[in-house]
Write a protein that binds this ligand. Structure first.
Ligand SMILES: O=C(O)CCC(=O)C(=O)O
Ligand SMILES: [Fe+2]
Length: 351
């Protein structure tokens, strides 16, 4: 049996057999360096392979700034899944070279499933993404963070605790909490005390990522990371994070699941490249996922009966651009317009 086939349920870069596997993957020197960093430290830095990167960044900033500007003219917040209406965000998320690299490193085809664009530091508490989006088998998930400008220390850089990806993935059961039925509260909040204590007990030193524009960082599913303090709030920190999943998994949110009870909060996972829903699979077998997010055709029909037809010139792309709150909330443009937008006299086309 080939060494890559012994533990197919563990990503190559996360495998206890990593050093045996890596020599068989036909990696370039640079790919091997990235694989080894990811295995040993839980992150790897590389230059984002896109000749049009600077032009894309300029357009993304211009396109998202209106959605991210608050009253005082200050940049704030984040846009989730801007790939739905912004072709440059999509191109960065769907970069073929990055996908090919991840596919090699994990031993399964990678696909992008969520994008986040940040104008400033997030100051997000240290966390493992494994609470938010995980897979069965676990660890078939990673984040790629790319700098859309040089990052200064005061801007609240991305921070991380090297090596922590090797720790067991904490579950609700570990922290004595039921995931099902837990609603309102922030998914990761109940875990934060445990992560902080573990970091302190292991005396792990946190590091900050101070990249130049176009440098990127891959993090492993269970690497503890967050946003550092914004000590100079005048500084921006434009960046994009794309989260990737891999084929042949169940995709779910552990924070709201109780695995031992078979209660999985399965996710509606879209492949950013196609906008289509991805199947959940267990050892190759199709597993029924959650019902699709509204609207399905039945709901559309009901909406149409109740609220009437969409205007003939309705442009969903324009609707997202003109109503970034709808895009940020991940709502279907047509559904939102019929249900709320028309009554609110929202614009749906450029004039
Ligand atoms: O950019 C940051 O500060 C953290 C982002 C993050 O944690 C994530 O996207 O998973
Ligand atoms: Fe995260």
């Amino acid at each position: 049996m080939h060494v890559t086939e012994i533990l197919p349920g563990i990503p190559h870069v996360e495998s206890p057999l990593f050093y045996r596997i890596v020599d068989t993957l036909h990696l370039s020197g640079e790919e091997c360096r990235i694989a080894t960093d990811l295995h040993e430290r839980g992150y790897a830095v590389f230059d984002f392979p896109d000749p049009d990167f600077d032009a894309r960044v300029a357009r993304v900033k211009a396109s998202l700034t209106p959605a991210l500007t608050v009253q005082t003219n200050e940049l704030a917040g984040r846009v989730q899944d801007a790939w739905r209406f912004d072709p440059d965000v999509l191109a960065i998320a769907a970069n073929e070279q990055v996908l090919a690299l991840l596919t090699k490193l994990y031993g399964r085809p990678a696909f992008p499933h969520q994008s986040l664009n940040f104008p400033v530091g997030t100051e997000q508490h240290l966390h493992s993404d494994s609470i938010h989006f995980s897979s069965i088998p676990q660890r078939f998930m990673c984040g790629v963070w790319v700098a859309m400008e040089d990052v200064q220390p005061g801007a609240g850089p991305l921070t991380y605790a090297p090596g922590t990806q090797k720790w067991p993935v904490l579950t609700n059961l570990d922290i004595g909490r039921r995931g099902t039925g837990a609603q309102e509260e922030h998914a990761q909040l109940p875990f934060e005390a445990a992560w902080d204590e573990l970091i302190e007990a292991a005396a792990v030193k946190k590091e900050s990522f101070l990249p130049r524009k176009r440098q990127a960082l891959i993090w492993a599913a269970n690497l503890l990371h967050g946003g550092g303090a914004r000590t100079d709030r005048s500084l921006t920190r434009w960046s994009q994070v794309t989260h990737y999943y891999f084929d042949d998994c169940i995709y779910y949110t552990p924070a709201f699941s109780d695995e031992a009870l078979g209660a999985l909060d399965m996710r509606n996972v879209l492949d950013i490249r196609t906008g289509e829903r991805r199947d959940h699979r267990y050892l190759g077998e199709l597993i029924e996922g959650p019902p699709p997010v509204p609207p399905n055709w039945r709901q559309r029909l009901r909406l149409r009966l109740k609220y009437g037809k969409l205007p003939a010139d309705f442009d969903p792309i324009a609707y997202y651009r003109l109503n970034p709150d709808v895009a940020a909330a991940q709502l279907d443009a047509a559904w939102h317009y019929l249900r709320h937008g028309r009554a609110e006299r929202r614009r749906y086309r450029f004039r």
